[in-house]
Design a protein around this ligand. Structure first.
Ligand code: E4P
Length: 217
């Protein structure tokens, strides 16, 4: 499963990138607002830092305007994935931008039928939002599983990019049901390394190393 980082914070992306675990980045207007940066400027910096796809989202609502914005965003770098919302206009824009050779991430997906439409419109990525479904007492992971089944039934190549991930359990669930990609905030990715028994075991090993005066270099 590929790991994308869901943030527009350059320092956080750079830190995770040092481990070689960043396969891409996703941003959205809320994350750009949080960064306090200009969208074109910060997106360019992210694209320079990371080799994989960097999603940058349009803010227009009509298809023609989305296409114009998408073309502008795509000019930032070769690794831009233009992000469009899963609306009728967004699907139109997806089809046009895909046919022009761009990567397109269709976002705000909350149903399997929406994901089916996005695949038919040629999306590179479909972004089902797990956390926001869980927030309203629906099962976000079940949606990922349903989309996996449908895409496999028909051989769609659109990649399932599980989004709105809030916990380490979400990450494990995505890997178990076969999401192609998951995008999570840096804090969630960092938490994946933690385990209480790792801390306890290391504490004991370090005590014993000190007692035995073990020195390596
Ligand atoms: C993904 O592309 C979205 O930017 C993101 O995962 C949304 O997450 P949220 O529901 O926590 O805002």
């Amino acid at each position: 499963m590929k790991f994308f980082v869901d943030t527009a914070e350059i320092d956080a992306i750079a830190e995770l990138n040092e481990l070689g675990i960043v396969d891409g980045v996703t941003t959205n207007p809320s994350l750009i607002k949080k960064s306090g940066r200009d969208i074109l400027e910060v997106t360019k910096e992210i694209c320079d830092l990371v080799d994989g796809p960097v999603s940058a989202e349009v803010v227009a609502t009509e298809a023609d305007a989305m296409i114009a914005e998408g073309r502008k965003l795509a000019k930032i770098a070769d690794n831009i994935a233009v992000k469009v919302p899963l609306t009728w206009a967004g699907l139109k824009a997806c089809n046009v931008l895909t046919n022009e050779g761009n990567m397109v991430n269709v976002t705000l997906c909350f149903s399997a039928n929406q994901a089916l439409l996005a695949a038919k419109a040629g999306a590179t990525f479909i972004s089902p939002f797990i956390g926001r479904l869980d927030d309203i007492h629906l099962d976000g992971m079940e949606l990922i599983q349903d989309i996996r089944t449908i895409y496999d039934n028909y051989g769609y190549e659109t990649q399932i990019l599980a989004a709105s991930i809030r916990s380490v359990n979400h990450v494990q669930g995505c890997a178990l049901v076969g999401a192609d990609v998951m995008t999570a905030p840096p804090e969630v990715i960092q938490k994946l390394a933690g385990h209480v028994l790792t801390d306890k075991g290391l504490d004991q090993f370090l005590k014993d190393a000190k007692a035995a005066n073990i020195k390596i270099v």
